[in-house]
Each structure stands twice: as structure tokens, then as C-alpha cells.
Design a protein around this ligand. Structure first.
Ligand code: FAD
Length: 395
């Protein structure tokens, strides 16, 4: 197996690197580097820059406005973007709903919604989880009752990421409660401006407002907003989740994070010697590096397979588990390398931790705490292990 890039791939890598050097705004990169929250405006600006080059809908076929990239191009872009401190591409419209509509949407739905995702008209959020339905998603209770040409929706979603900014939400709703839980679910597109929708913030451990609760009271949704068939939304939901899991692994972020930790350990002196020469720290770093190398290869293999069969498979669960473990291990090493000052949030230390940390390191604690989420969302890592066991043991 030849793991080096071909001359064409190397040329593409140079093109991406140049594009990032020319087009990624310095102020946005500085905010990403400092580990702070990236605003809605930053995300929209970055999306527009990518779209002007035709590089936004990276997983979409060319006929729908995608760049026609294969898995290696996507991997190269992720790696270079993370290295340059580009913000992440927001996944809800581009990496979740887009592929779903392309596979399951009607011609009208594709023609209407896909261009609006690419040009930034619609900001989407994901309405899957409910207070009593997270890991056991099929037990969801938000109800949609058909009345003429409309569904009337009542219930509650939770953990809705960036729902405070969203124009639309794609929701799993219960349209039938009589059979198996999976059988009575439908996939509905809901305009967030519809009367009866209320969004309330949830504060995360590091203080950020990233997630919300969304309440639905007699919300009337046109029946044409149903994607695929009534009561067969579970098929759509599962397809979407495999796309979500690939993104969460964040291989590009880990590669960039690893390089950052290594450089930091090489210039940090502890007890009269460089931290990178400390046997315990070096051993831990080497362990993470080996995991990361293995993951890079696995990621490429999985992307190639997804390209071959047309969609990601059950292996995304494996990638999600390892990917998030490696990202969290790197967050931990980064904080250890920075020392006690990295234990506090920006602004918590007397005079702020800027007094002792470089601006790009100030967000270390916030990133560490914020990234506790990655082993939970998109289906927790324990649930991914269940999925893999079932698939491998054919249970
Ligand atoms: C920051 C953040 C952002 C999120 N964004 C969104 C979003 O935008 N949209 C959305 O719909 N959802 C979102 N989620 C929700 C996320 O998908 C759920 O949190 C996740 O599926 C887990 O569900 P739960 O929180 O209800 O935990 P629970 O399902 O109650 O699980 C609690 C614990 O029990 C374990 N567990 C549960 N069942 C089993 C089992 N059968 N076997 C072994 N272990 C088990 C879990 O692994 C977990 O550790 C987000 C969550 C977070 C934290």
C-alpha cells in the first residue's frame, strides 16, 4: 500500500495551501487559534469564500454544485485547513442534510433547498435528540399529526447546536405510535420562524452558548416538507448519522493539534530540560502519534470505501471512537504542556491567564472542556461500540 501522495495530489495540496494563505481572513484564523467561539458571521464569511471557489459542498456530486473531489482531496483539504486555523465547515446543511436530500429528497426539494445551503441563505440545525431520547433515539416523542395539507407538531428537542442562529431545523418526528418505535418516525423540514417554536439556550461547562432546547407548540408544517416516506424516516436518520460520524472524527484537527503540542513541548523548559525530552511526556506523545498515524490510514481507507460504494459504512463508528479519543488525548497533552496556567478559563485567573499564556494558548482550558462533547454527540462512543459489535457479530 503506497501512502504517499501522487504528483497530482501534491499539486492539489499546494493549491489548497496557497488558497488558505491568500483567502483565509487573518482575524478569523486568530480567533480559531485562540480556541474561542467562532461567530455566525465568521462562519458565513468563510463559507462564502469557500463557495466562491466552488469548494463548499465538498461531499456533494458536481451536478449539485460539489467540487468533484474524491476522499484524498477531502482529506488534504481538512488537513491543510486545520493547520491554517480555518474554522470548521458547519456540518448541518452541508454534510448532513445535503447528502440526505440528494439521496432521499424529491426533485422539488433538491432544486429548492440545495442551492440555498450552498449560497448561505438557509442556516440549518439538527432536531434529533430529545430529553428522553438520545442514545435511544427511536424512543423520540415529538409528535406530528397530519391535518389536511399540514402536519401539526408538538414536543421538544434538546442539545440543538447553534439553533439560536438557524433559519430551518430538520427534525425526526413521531407520525405513528402503534408499531415498533423505529417504524413510526418521519423526517420533517421545519421553518424556525413558524409560530409556536421557542428556542432556549443551554450553557456548556466552559460557559459557551452553543446548544439549545427547542420547543414546538402546535407548529403547522406544510406536508410537502416531509422528506422521503411518512413513517420511514428512520432509514433517512441512519443514513444521515453515518455522514455525521465521519466529520466528528476530525482527523485534520488532530494532525494540526499534534504538531502544535509537539512544537510547544520542544520549546517549553521544565526542570532544566525540554519537556519533549521528559521520558514520561515523550512516551505519551509517541503513543498518541502512533494512534494518529493509524487513524490517518484508516480514515483514508474508509473514505476510499465510501467513495466506492457511494456512502460511508459502519466503519464510521470505529473512526468516530478513535478519532474523538485521539482529539481528547491531544487536548489533555496540550494542557499538560502548558502547565498550571492552562487550568483556568480565559479571564478566570487574577489579571486573566493572558498574563502567563500566549494569546493562542489562552483558550486551552475552554477547548479541553468543550471537547468533552465529542465522545458524546453523534451517538456516544459506548453506543458506537454497540453498533460495531452488532455488525461484526451479526447479532
Ligand atoms: C455539545 C452537544 C451538542 C449536541 N448537538 C446536537 C444537535 O445539534 N442535535 C441533536 O439532535 N443532538 C445533539 N446532541 C445530542 C447528542 O447526540 C446526545 O447527547 C447523545 O446522543 C447522547 O444522548 P443523551 O445525552 O440523551 O445521553 P444518554 O442516552 O442518556 O446516555 C447517557 C450515558 O449512558 C450511556 N449509554 C446509554 N445507552 C447505552 C447503551 N445501550 N449501552 C451502553 N451505554 C449506554 C451513554 O454512552 C452515555 O454515556 C448534542 C450533544 C452535545 C453534548
Amino acid at each position: 500500500m503506497d501512502l504517499s501522495y501522487s504528483p497530482q495530489e501534491q499539486a492539489f495540496q499546494a493549491e489548497v495551501r496557497q488558497f488558505l494563505a491568500d483567502e483565509l481572513p487573518d482575524d478569523i484564523a486568530a480567533r480559531v487559534k485562540a480556541g474561542g467561539e467562532v461567530s455566525k458571521e465568521d462562519t458565513e464569511r468563510w463559507h462564502a469564500i469557500l463557495q466562491s471557489r466552488g469548494w463548499l459542498g465538498q461531499t456533494w456530486p458536481e451536478e449539485h454544485g460539489g467540487p468533484g473531489w474524491g476522499p484524498v482531496e477531502r482529506h488534504i483539504f481538512d488537513e491543510e485547513a486545520a493547520r491554517a486555523y480555518a474554522p470548521r465547515i458547519l456540518p448541518f446543511g452541508l454534510q448532513m442534510l445535503g447528502p440526505v436530500l440528494i439521496k432521499f429528497g424529491s426533485d422539488e426539494q433538491k432544486a429548492h433547498y440545495l442551492p440555498r445551503i450552498l449560497d448561505g441563505t438557509d442556516w440549518w440545525c439538527q432536531g434529533y435528540s430529545e430529553p428522553g431520547a438520545g442514545s435511544d433515539l427511536a424512543s423520540l416523542k415529538t409528535k406530528a399529526v397530519r391535518e389536511g395539507d399540514e402536519y401539526v407538531v408538538n414536543g421538544q428537542k434538546t442539545w440543538t447546536t447553534l439553533g439560536q442562529h438557524a433559519d430551518w431545523i430538520f427534525c425526526l418526528v413521531r407520525t405513528d405510535g402503534s408499531g415498533k418505535p423505529q417504524e413510526g418516525i418521519s423526517f420533517l423540514l421545519i421553518d424556525m420562524k413558524t409560530p409556536g417554536i421557542e428556542v432556549r439556550p443551554i450553557r456548556l461547562i466552559e460557559g459557551g452558548h452553543e446548544v439549545n432546547e427547542v420547543f414546538f407548540t402546535d407548529v403547522r408544517v406544510p406536508a410537502e416538507n416531509l422528506v422521503w416516506k411518512e413513517n420511514d424516516g428512520w432509514t433517512v436518520a441512519k443514513y444521515l448519522l453515518t455522514h455525521e460520524r465521519t466529520g466528528i472524527a476530525g482527523v485534520g484537527f488532530s494532525i494540526a493539534a499534534f504538531e502544535r503540542v509537539k512544537a510547544l513541548a520542544a520549546r517549553t523548559m521544565r526542570g532544566g530540560k525540554r519537556l519533549i525530552d521528559d521520558p514520561l511526556f515523550a512516551a505519551r506523545l509517541a503513543e498518541v502519534e502512533m494512534d494518529l498515524e493509524a487513524m490517518k490510514i484508516f480514515n483514508l481507507r474508509m473514505l476510499a470505501e465510501a467513495q466506492r460504494v457511494g456512502h460511508p459504512g459502519v466503519e464510521t463508528s470505529m473512526l468516530k471512537i478513535r478519532g474523538t479519543e485521539v482529539r481528547q488525548a491531544l487536548n489533555d497533552l496540550y494542557r499538560r504542556a502548558l502547565g498550571p496556567a492552562a487550568a483556568v478559563m480565559p479571564g478566570e485567573a487574577p489579571g486573566g491567564n493572558a498574563a502567563v499564556l500566549a494569546p493562542e494558548d489562552e483558550g486551552a482550558a475552554a477547548s479541553y472542556f468543550n471537547n468533552r462533547k465529542i465522545s458524546i454527540f453523534g451517538g456516544s462512543n459506548e453506543i458506537q461500540k454497540n453498533i460495531l459489535t452488532k455488525a461484526m457479530l451479526e447479532l
